[in-house]
Every structure is written in C-alpha cells, then in structure tokens.
Design a protein. Structure first.
Length: 194
C-alpha cells in the first residue's frame, strides 16, 4: 500500500507569534526531539515519518523559504499555497498528489509523535477507511484516509479539517500510548515536551 503523507505547514501560527513577535515562525523554533537532539519543529515532524512513507507532500506559504528547504531535504514535494485553512490545504494537497492508496494527514506543528504510532495508524488502512490514533480517550494526529475518501478530502474548504468525513467511512480507532499524538506547538511553552 502506497500512502502519501500530507504535511500541513501553511498556518500562520498567530498564537505563537502573539507571544514572541510577528517575525517568529513556530515551525522553525528549536525544540528537543524524542531523541534528545535540538532541531526546528518542522524538521522533528519530518524525521518522524517512517521510511515506508515514500511519497511526501508539504503544504506551506511561498515566503517560508527555510521550511521549504527542510521539506525538500527530507524528500517532500512542496505545494505553495496561501491557505484559507486546514480544509483548503488538505484539498489542494490531495488534488496535487494524484492517485494514492491513501493519505496520511500530518500537522507540521506536532514534533513529538513517536514513529511507531505513525506506523500503527498506517497499518491496515483500507480503501474505505479512516484510521485515527487515540490517546487517553482523545482523537489525535496523524490521521490516515483510504483512497475512497479522496473525493471527500478534495471537497474540503476553509479552516474545517477532515473530521466531517469520519461519519462517511469505516472509522478505526488506533489505541496508542503516545501523548505526542495530542501535543501541538501553539505557544512557545509547548516547545518543551514533558
């Protein structure tokens, strides 16, 4: 099965910028990864993608040169987009990526997800299915969508994500022991994982 990763990195990070200043991009902020090495947030995210996820797309705005450079260094095709939100980014990336057995939607500001959790989410993905990690009773990320959900993903608009598709598919909850599936970097204090 060929699952295409879609890394969402087009958001403005306004809450993060409100604390540190308009010129501070949370995707480029340094954080200590699960391996103890300090890297930018987006690089930690890209490093966590399993090797079996060969096709990778990263969606970002044209002015994020360092994010684009890192994405290309990690084998991503880059889609430049002034996005109106998560739904629009997902729709554009699915359309650009062409045919796939499925898509793995990854948030670019979640640097602490264990690679094994991503493997579990991908494993057993069916054409008509969605697989979502569950930690302590809460849905997390990344989320995998089977190929039959492609049209629904391409129809997304604005800032609404793909949760609306959960009722239209065979939803499989994947229990993980990984707080990282719920941990996003919205404010500078979230850069420290504990």
């Amino acid at each position: 099965m060929t699952v295409t990763a879609i890394v969402l990195a087009a958001g403005q990070g306004s809450r993060f910028r409100a604390v540190l200043g308009a010129d501070q991009d949370k995707l480029l902020a340094d954080c200590i990864g699960l391996d103890g090495v300090t890297r930018p947030v987006i690089e930690q995210v890209l490093r966590s993608l399993p090797a079996r996820v060969v096709r990778r797309w990263l969606i970002t705005s044209p002015d994020r040169f360092d994010v684009i450079r890192l994405a290309e260094a990690y084998g991503c095709e880059v889609l430049l987009l002034h996005s109106a939100g998560m739904g629009e980014s997902i729709a554009a990336a699915v359309a650009a990526s062409g045919s796939a057995d499925g898509w793995l939607v990854v948030l670019g500001d979640m640097p602490f997800i264990q690679p094994s959790s991503i493997e579990q989410v991908i494993e057993g993905l069916q054409a008509d299915g969605i697989r979502v990690p569950v930690q302590a009773g809460h849905y997390g990320h990344p989320v995998a969508f089977g190929r039959m959900l492609g049209q629904g993903l391409m129809a997304l608009k604005g800032d609404r994500g793909a949760r609306s598709l959960f009722a239209q598919a065979v939803l499989r909850e994947v229990a993980v022991d990984d707080p990282g599936v719920l941990w996003d970097v919205d404010v500078p204090a979230s850069l420290s994982y504990s």
